[in-house]
Design a protein around this ligand. Structure first.
Ligand SMILES: Cc1ncc(COP(=O)(O)O)c(C=O)c1O
Length: 402
């Protein structure tokens, strides 16, 4: 992704000086960029009749749901809590839920919030499908098109061999019964990760080959997330053609549930340099932000996040390593060349930090959770929430025994 695009929201601002008054580390969510993303998604929906949901696993800072609601059909949840959040904070909009396995003791409550419930196996459809149908819900089953369109990220590939996600045609043939099929209103697949419309075309073709006989019975088809629609060079034209074709060919409602695309490049993580160390010629700036705690995908994915006033480099060419303050030797954000030599007290700003961060962070080593701010169109900040010792302690126990 072009760096210019990542920091476009800061254009004209003297960053990181404009963040000088904020206690670090902190996340900033950029309302202007969120709105721009929302408009792109709303245009796709308008041109194609497709409905687009926010996948809350990627971004669930609900203060921004009122801003996003006009552009979206609703929210997608991974379980009870996200379903409730979507129902509470984007009222009047659709709530869809997919979970790899639902719990008996939560299902009744889930029925209060969800409009669409997608099951991951024929077993789960058998266990919960009838109750969901009787409660008036739209019922779906996740299929596995067995078509990988990505390499090198098996952890993010639901079509990797042996994946537990989605029913393969072989299992469907063995386990599906006419009465269970009668319960189904729709099919769901999710296979992509940060991909373009060509990968969706390939995946859809694979799904049609395997499940084409079932599609005419369905009212809807949910094509999951992983569509990088709001990236500058994404082929929106190709996506729109595919969405229109699919709707007409199968006479069904198409859904997309992107997470990243909704909040792409709409967040920053501001951090302060605490120290600079040196070992075997490698100079490391130790920051008050941690990869392990505050941007876990940097380690999990892995990737090197974009930095304002610096370039991500390989270990050979990077002048400085940026790393977190925890005890984990691998709490490394990446190797960079920087416009200026980092000194204690300097502020650094990482980009594209609204997604898979605030909803995924943790307090390993007793690290504080970063405060979260909104930045409005005029560059003014509002603190949305802050955290302290009690937030760390409260997750570990309490003074009482039950
Ligand atoms: C079922 C499902 N839907 C939607 C998404 C959102 O994907 P992304 O944030 O890449 O668009 C995911 C991500 O893992 C997912 O598992």
């Amino acid at each position: 992704m072009e760096k210019r695009e990542v920091f476009k929201g800061l254009a004209g601002r003297n960053a990181p000086d404009c963040f000088a008054s904020l206690r670090t580390p902190c996340y900033i969510v950029d309302e202007k960029r969120l709105e721009e993303n929302g408009k792109i998604l709303a245009a796709v929906a308008e041109h194609t009749g497709c409905r687009i949901l926010l996948a809350q696993k990627a971004f669930s800072n609900y203060n921004f749901y009122p801003l996003l609601a006009p552009y979206l059909a609703g929210t997608e949840a991974s379980g009870l809590y996200e379903a409730r959040l979507g129902a509470e904070e984007m009222p009047g909009k659709e709530v869809h839920v997919f979970c790899a396995a639902y719990r008996e003791d939560e299902f009744e409550e889930l029925l209060r919030y969800a409009d669409h419930i997608v099951f991951n196996s024929v077993n789960q459809l058998r266990q919960f499908g009838k109750a969901a149908k009787e409660a008036g819900k739209s019922i779906g089953l996740r299929i596995n098109p067995e078509c990988s369109t990505q390499e090198g990220h098996a952890i993010y590939d639901p079509c990797a061999p042996g994946s537990r996600l989605g029913v393969t045609r072989e299992v469907w043939n063995r386990e599906m019964t006419p009465d269970l099929l009668d319960l189904l209103d729709g099919l769901h697949f999710h296979t992509l990760c940060e991909q373009d419309a060509d990968a969706l075309e390939t995946t859809l073709a694979a799904a049609e080959i395997r499940f084409g006989d079932v599609l005419p019975r369905m009212k809807w088809l949910n094509m999951g997330g992983g569509h990088h629609i709001t990236r500058e060079d994404y082929d929106v034209f190709r996506l729109e053609n595919l969405l229109r074709r699919t709707r007409e060919k199968w006479n069904l409602q198409v859904y997309l549930e992107p997470g990243e695309a909704v909040a792409l490049n709409a967040g920053y993580l501001v951090t302060t340099v605490l120290d600079v160390t040196e070992n075997s010629g490698i100079r490391t700036a130790v920051l008050d932000a941690s990869a392990a705690c505050h941007m876990p995908d940097v380690i999990e994915m892995p990737y090197t996040p974009p930095l304002l006033n610096g370039e991500a480099e390989g270990p050979e060419t990077g002048q400085f390593r940026l790393a977190g303050p925890t005890c984990l030797a691998g709490d490394v954000i990446g190797d960079y060349s920087l416009d200026a030599e980092p000194r204690p007290g300097d502020r650094l700003v990482f980009g594209d930090m609204a997604i898979y961060t605030t909803c995924k962070n943790n307090t390993f080593n007793g690290m504080p959770l970063p405060d979260i701010y909104a930045m409005n169109r005029d560059g003014e900040f509002t603190k949305l929430t802050g955290f302290g010792y009690e937030d760390f302690k409260g997750r570990l126990g309490s003074g009482k025994r039950e």
